[in-house]
Design a protein around this ligand. Structure first.
Ligand SMILES: Cc1cc2nc3c(=O)[nH]c(=O)nc-3n(C[C@H](O)[C@H](O)[C@H](O)COP(=O)(O)OP(=O)(O)OC[C@H]3O[C@@H](n4cnc5c(N)ncnc54)[C@H](O)[C@@H]3O)c2cc1C
Length: 501
């Protein structure tokens, strides 16, 4: 006889189970842990994945990392990108820049991309996560999952073969391009194989090359590049391959160097890590299904052109973290979580398109200046906006079409507040919370209990104009209004009213 008494739902041991300890999963876990959300990361590997792979940290990513408290460590671990150095027949052909700064780019405290090997970025995020009280378990692979109305249950297989079930209020699949989470949900990837050339990426030690340049050898079979990695004696090797068949081994990596550069295979003294990949451009049909979310490469894959892959995964995490925090910690309505799919799918689609174009264009020095200017304009991710999102509410009667609107990243400009001058806005915003800016007006009574700054002058006041600006925890403008008429309603949508405020 089945027991007629319904069992009370088991209280999940954690609020959010993050699957995958790559840059996306670790960023999300840091953002959740600093909000007091009980967060556990499971990582299939016995340690975090090695390899310098996503080595470009773009301006917008550095801003998010600044807010999460890891920008200083990343600054210390990295370097600016060195100039490119083209070689032909063993002769230097001259230097050129891969990316030229865009004079019209939005002002950022991190105006240049920063070079950090991905393994180092992961280590820094892991250390931050542990400091914040989150937990990471390596050698723990998600093998299946089921959803109930109140929680998600994951089956986790440990590297010693042991199996266990874990439940959580929410689960995030940040488990990379072959995502088990995505497959368990039956979510299809839509896209194309794209006919792009495959490539070998490796971390190698090389004798006889200076470390002040990113070296490039154009070749009809595919360019070969060697980029010196900061904080290590390694270079990242990147070589496009014609045809489908290639077995990456230390020996084949050495022969590539001997075949396409003026160096001999003996100049490669060590091959520390290598990988062969076929670039694809594809996006998951949905980023949310019930209590489960997809983020990073699990949600979208694209070629590494323009150094965007790691960066958009970090931005997914930065968008999702505060929303989960508000729903779990402040009882914001569940619909807040739907905005993750809407906002990030649109942003990912744009980036996919961009990365594919840049990968096709390659890094040849022809039209170098024009290409470098283009890269400088499009790669920083500072202009990504959520204007079309249901969460972006702009109620101002007079606003210029070219000025900042709800949904835009707030401008990181200096300002004067009633507490004194402030170097730039993001210093005021640095926190997991919403911030209300009242520009040239007094805080309304509805703002009681909210972090509020009264801005009375400076470039920020000029840029935004008079009004109320509610800035989301991810530094985007949520609400822009002439008065407080709709403030309370907006606050309720994001869990800041009716939950003890
Ligand atoms: C060769 C190469 C070069 C690249 N170069 C660049 C570049 O220059 N710039 C750039 O921005 N990006 C680059 N990328 C892309 C970048 O590395 C990825 O976009 C980035 O790693 C995505 O991060 P992620 O956390 O979403 O996924 P991943 O880094 O793939 O992390 C997923 C993690 O989940 C774990 N995992 C998988 N399945 C499970 C499971 N079932 N249970 C538990 N854990 C699981 C994996 O072990 C892994 O640690 C490159 C990628 C490659 C392969």
């Amino acid at each position: 006889m089945p027991d007629p008494t319904p069992q009370p739902p088991q209280q999940p041991a954690v609020d959010v189970l993050v699957v995958g300890g790559g840059p996306t999963g670790l960023t999300l876990a840091c953002d959740l842990a600093r909000r007091g959300v009980r967060t556990h990361v499971i990582e299939a590997g016995d340690q975090l994945l090695p390899g310098s792979r996503g080595k470009s940290l773009q301006s917008r990513t550095l801003e998010a990392f600044d807010d999460l408290g890891v920008a200083d460590a990343l600054r210390a671990a990295g370097s600016p990108f060195p100039p490119m150095q083209t070689w032909r027949d063993g002769e230097r052909q001259g230097e050129w820049q891969l990316i030229l700064p865009d004079p019209e780019a939005p002002v950022s405290r991190h105006p240049r991309p920063w070079l950090v090997p991905q393994w180092r970025t992961q280590d820094i995020l892991r250390d931050r996560l542990l400091d914040l009280g989150g937990t990471l378990e390596c050698g723990a692979r998600l093998t299946s999952l089921t959803q109930a109305a109140t929680h998600v249950t994951a089956e986790v297989t440990h590297s010693d073969g042991d199996r266990r079930r874990m439940s959580a209020l929410y689960l995030v699949g940040a488990d990379g391009s072959h995502s088990t989470v995505r497959e368990s949900l039956g979510i299809a990837m839509k896209g194309e194989e794209s006919g792009l050339r495959s490539a070998v990426v490796a971390d190698v030690r090389v004798e006889g090359l200076d470390r002040d340049h990113w070296h490039i050898w154009p070749d009809p079979a595919g360019e070969l590049l060697l980029c010196p990695l900061p904080g290590a004696s390694d270079f990242q090797l990147n070589a496009k391959i014609t045809g489908e068949e290639f077995t990456a081994t230390p020996e084949t990596v050495r022969s590539l160097v001997a075949g396409r550069t003026h160096l001999t295979s003996d100049a490669v003294t060590e091959v520390r890590w290598f990988s062969f990949y076929r670039p694809r451009t594809a996006m998951a049909e949905r980023f949310r299904q019930g209590r489960v979310f997809l983020a990073g490469d699990a949600a979208h894959v694209h070629p590494p052109g323009g150094g965007q892959g790691l960066n958009i995964g970090v931005q997914d995490a930065y968008n999702l973290g505060w929303k989960l925090g508000q729903v779990i910690g402040c009882r914001a309505p569940d619909t807040l979580l739907d905005s993750y799919d809407a906002e990030r799918r649109a942003a990912a689609a744009d980036t996919l398109d961009l990365s594919t174009r840049l990968y096709r264009a390659g890094r040849e020095p022809q039209d170098a200046d024009e290409q470098a200017r283009y890269r400088g304009r499009v790669c920083h991710l500072l202009s990504v906006h959520y204007r079309d999102s249901e969460l972006s509410t702009d109620l101002r009667e007079r606003r210029s079409a070219t000025g900042h609107q709800a949904g835009d990243r707030a401008p990181d400009l200096p300002c004067v507040t009633t507490e004194g001058p402030c170097g730039s806005l993001f210093d005021l915003l640095r926190s997991p919370d919403f911030t209300l800016l009242t520009v040239n007006c007094a805080p309304p009574p509805e703002a009681a209990g909210l972090r509020t700054h009264q801005v009375t002058g400076g470039p920020l006041a000029q840029e935004l104009g008079t009004g109320l600006f509610l800035i989301r925890p991810d530094q985007h403008i949520g609400l822009a209004a002439d008065n407080s008429e709709h403030l309370s309603r907006y606050l309720a949508r994001v869990g800041l009213r009716g939950a003890g405020m």
